[in-house]
Write a protein that binds this ligand. Structure first.
Ligand SMILES: Cc1cc2nc3c(=O)[nH]c(=O)nc-3n(C[C@H](O)[C@H](O)[C@H](O)COP(=O)(O)OP(=O)(O)OC[C@H]3O[C@@H](n4cnc5c(N)ncnc54)[C@H](O)[C@@H]3O)c2cc1C
Length: 373
């Protein structure tokens, strides 16, 4: 028999199907219903103080919950990565008391879903060249400019925005603002990917408004919080992935056992060359798991997961090209592989490209000379 926490987790999962059924097919409605149930069962905010909607009374609650919940969370969970893994930790670290009370409970319950408004058409890897501006007008900031590749902006109530607020060059005149997305000055236009999904967007700001106090840290000193958030992003990338029902969601390496099943189902498991590659994929997954348990530099973990995701996807394509690239619409298995094969290149870009991770490891972990700017 498990302890009280384990019983509470099981009670939550017992109640979940009925709540999702009642919520119907709409993604946002299901997401809210599911997170509100989590709040009711106190299954959110592990390690976060109670006054901000979390709980600290169960040791190792986060790790234990992840283990007990493995493969059982609905796919809607993947829309919360930016809020829970990036915005909340950064508000906890750099935010004021008012900001913590205002934003963290709403992020935990999914009353507010978050997006990350960093990249611009001329500022991706070179983020410090961003051009979106925020100018103070009385008690509000007025925001103008354009962002791009904003994951989940179409589902979001709030965004973490980097904008130029000072005249200083490069990263010195930048502030981090918390911007309400549902307002007339914010226009979200979807971008369709080769998977067929439209998970990210262009976002246009035309005199959008942000309350004066919704700046994280000091004005013109947003860079520290900005890079802190990127480290959280790199650490968390890849944790969301395929669930046991084989529903495609998010960016992650497909678990090895799916690949193994595919090789068995297609009678390719006796091919000696393929068996070597399967062993490599299995080893890669093991190494990835071990890296996850150690506090390696976030860029090392992200690079490894990218390598693993791309290798597994390329093997799946080799084993079952007709079942994936030329997939049968409506067939769950082939749609699953089609999504992951076409989705895997994104891992090398989102959260910073492979080259940028290598530069970061060289400079910050190995102490090599900095790149000339
Ligand atoms: C799936 C996905 C989701 C994303 N979600 C978001 C999001 O929610 N919010 C957001 O703000 N952004 C998001 N992005 C954008 C992402 O952060 C950028 O695509 C990424 O930082 C690269 O920027 P870029 O596309 O402008 O490419 P560029 O910076 O123009 O890079 C082009 C090429 O040049 C290389 N390069 C550039 N500089 C160097 C250098 N100094 N040394 C060596 N090589 C270099 C790069 O590695 C790359 O190969 C997302 C991207 C993807 C793919």
């Amino acid at each position: 028999m498990g302890d009280q926490f384990e019983k509470d987790v099981e009670a939550f999962f017992a109640a979940l199907p009925a709540v999702l059924d009642a919520a119907g097919p709409n993604h946002r409605t299901r997401l809210s219903a599911y997170r509100q149930l989590m709040v009711a069962h106190r299954m959110v905010g592990f390690g976060i103080p109670e006054e901000y909607g979390g709980r600290t009374d169960v040791p190792h609650a986060n790790r234990r919950f992840q283990e007990l919940a493995h493969g059982r969370l609905p796919k809607e969970e993947s829309s919360l990565g930016i809020g829970l893994n990036m915005a909340v930790p950064i508000i906890l670290q750099f935010g004021t008391e008012e900001q913590k009370k205002r934003f963290i409970p709403a992020a935990l319950s999914a009353a507010e879903v978050w997006c990350q408004l960093y990249s611009e058409p001329e500022a991706g890897s070179d983020l410090a060249s961003l051009r979106t501006t925020a100018v103070l007008d009385g008690d509000e900031w007025v925001v103008n400019g354009q962002k791009v590749w904003t994951s989940g902006a179409h589902l979001s109530e709030m965004g973490v925005l980097l904008a130029r607020t000072g005249d200083e060059p490069r990263n010195r005149g930048i502030s981090m603002l918390l911007v309400p997305m549902k307002q007339p000055g914010v226009e979200v236009r979807p971008l369709r990917q080769m998977t067929g999904e439209a998970e990210f967007n262009e976002v246009f700001f035309t005199n959008a408004r942000v309350p004066r106090d919704w700046v994280i840290g000091e004005v013109n000193d947003g860079w520290r919080a900005a890079t802190g958030l990127l480290a959280h992003e790199r650490s968390s990338l890849g944790k969301v992935g395929a669930d046991e029902k084989r529903e495609a969601s998010g960016s992650a390496a497909v678990p090895f056992h799916y690949l193994f099943d595919l090789a068995m189902d297609t009678n390719r498991n006796t091919d000696p060359l393929l068996r070597q590659d399967l062993a490599r994929a299995y080893t890669g997954e093991k190494v990835m798991g071990w890296l996850g348990q150690r506090s390696v530099h976030p860029s090392v973990g992200k690079l490894w997961r990218t390598k693993q995701a791309r290798f597994v996807a390329s093997l799946a394509a080799q084993i079952s090209m007709s079942g994936a690239a030329a997939h049968v619409s409506g067939d769950k298995d082939s749609e699953f592989w089609m999504y992951h094969i076409l989705n895997s290149p994104r891992m090398s870009l989102g959260g910073g490209t492979d080259e940028i991770q290598k530069n970061t490891i060289g400079e910050r972990a190995l102490g090599l000379p900095r790149e000339p700017s």
